[in-house]
Design a protein around this ligand. Structure first.
Ligand code: SF4
Length: 73
């Protein structure tokens, strides 16, 4: 499974193309369990995601989703 955002995810503009960090994130999330990516989850819940949210920032993703959900009530 590949994330629908894998070609256009703004997160990777923050990382040097081809370096180990990119390979790690892409392998762990984009080309793997992308539904566990913090960025993917926030995008699906909130409709937008900060560019500086890392795929493994799950606590921050939970906070963002919680704030968004409260705003919608
Ligand atoms: S970082 Fe997350 S949202 Fe971006 S392409 Fe990879 S899995 Fe998708």
């Amino acid at each position: 499974m590949i994330c629908e955002r894998s070609e256009a995810c703004p997160f990777f503009s923050r990382i040097t193309k081809g370096d180990e960090l990119e390979k790690m994130y892409r392998g762990n999330f984009c080309y793997g369990m992308f539904t566990r990516c913090a960025r993917y989850v926030v995008l699906k819940v909130c409709g937008k995601v900060p560019n500086d949210l890392y795929p493994n920032m799950h606590d921050e993703a939970t906070k963002l989703c919680s704030e968004y959900t409260k705003e919608q009530k």
